[in-house]
Design a protein around this ligand. Structure first.
Ligand SMILES: [Zn+2]
Length: 302
């Protein structure tokens, strides 16, 4: 786990130049430099496409609210022991390059203070992989085409209507303990024909192995899909979803609240698969993340 630290000592003149922010208005006594310059820390395995990033802001204990923007994602900061934290993600499709995090805090009297942090997304090379699957998943019948399109629409509607509040707490758990997740981001060629990018990880386990919810949330999809087979989506709130595919059995239903670690289904080989395994994927505000980058984040228990 690498930790990136930057101390944002910025005058209001720099802030105005950087982002066109208005200078902070002195309210009841000018806030001291110490108070206005937060320490912004990134916790992540790396800053590369597909990585979850915990953004922590220290030194802004006096704020009543903190907001921010990271790679076009609105950040939802929560306060814990005087520090503000938010979950961000570098989407699989994010281009390498230089970016800027913007944060804004509101003092109890309504005064707004802003700070920025520059960061760089490094390039990541994803390997190419060949797979053989049942040809009916490659050249779809008109009926299967219709079905796949309908299911795509169902998923899109789920992702467009996230729970507005955070339902997850503390660290995220791998859905099957002690099993590695493979192939995130790989470019895949199915039956030498269809090419796509693998937006989740595959976890090998025998058929019938129980799998657990990686964190608390509400079940927003629990059904059999053409490609995904028996599938569960958990909405963890504020645009974060965990998704579990190819199950032999679904043990929850749509609308159920689940708690972190609860058994939700059994590993199987339904849908477009080469054998029994769990395909797990994570989506944060539209960004596709390597689930293990999220599971490895050092989040404090709440
Ligand atoms: Zn997979």
């Amino acid at each position: 786990m690498l930790t990136f630290v930057l101390i944002a000592f910025l005058s209001s003149a720099q802030l105005s130049a950087a982002g066109g922010f208005p200078p902070a208005l002195p309210a009841v006594g000018e806030p001291s430099l110490q108070q206005t310059s937060p320490l912004i820390e990134f916790r992540a395995r790396s800053l590369q496409p597909g990585e979850a990033v915990l953004i922590r802001v220290k030194g802004w204990e006096m704020m009543s609210e903190v907001r921010g923007r990271f790679l076009n994602q609105e950040l939802h900061f929560f306060s814990q022991a005087g520090e503000w934290s938010a979950l961000g993600g570098v989407g699989l499709a994010t281009s390498p390059g230089d970016y800027q995090l913007e944060i804004e805090g509101t003092l109890p009297d309504g005064t707004l203070l802003k700070a920025v942090k520059d960061f760089t997304i490094e390039k990541k090379i994803f390997p190419l992989q060949s797979l053989k699957v049942d040809p009916r998943f490659i050249v779809l019948s008109p009926e299967d085409q219709r079905r796949a399109a309908e299911e795509q629409e169902i998923m899109r509607k789920v992702w467009e209507n996230p729970q507005p509040v955070r339902l997850w707490r503390g660290r995220f758990l791998a859905p099957i303990p002690d099993v590695e997740g493979r192939g995130f981001g790989n470019f895949r060629v199915f039956n030498d024909q269809r090419r796509s990018q693998h937006t989740g990880v595959d976890m090998s386990a025998p058929e019938g192995t129980p799998l657990r919810a990686c964190n608390s949330g509400v079940v927003v999809l629990a059904m059999e899909l053409f490609f995904g087979g028996n599938t569960i989506f958990i909405d963890h709130g504020e645009g974060l979803y965990s998704m579990y595919f190819h199950l032999s059995e679904i043990l929850v239903k749509k609308g159920d609240m689940v708690i972190r670690g609860e058994t939700i289904g059994l590993v199987g080989a339904t849908g477009r698969v080469t054998g029994p395994h769990l395909h797990c994927s994570i989506r944060l505000k539209g960004a596709r993340l390597d689930p293990f980058s999220l599971f490895s984040l050092a989040l404090e228990e709440e």
